[in-house]
Design a protein. Sequence first.
Length: 91
Amino acid sequence: MQLSNDAVMPLALIANELLTNAVKYGLNGRAVGIIRVRLTRQDESFLFYVEDDGPGFDLQLVQQRSSGLRLVQGLARQLRGKFEVTSTSIP
């Protein structure tokens, strides 16, 4: 899998923000938790996931207060992608 520099830099910033949030809010002070990161290819697109076993959040409520998540949304648009938040249980 090879990505251009134009894609790598925004993706690195997205990864940094989402991983920082996963540690800060997903682990929520716990010493042990799960954070998973994946980058997969689907046809001509890439899917990037950051998952944690934290309490989750409502994107619409949080994005009003979080400049970091607004940054992630803007960077995703720059990559002609989209940013989604889902809440599920991970084993």
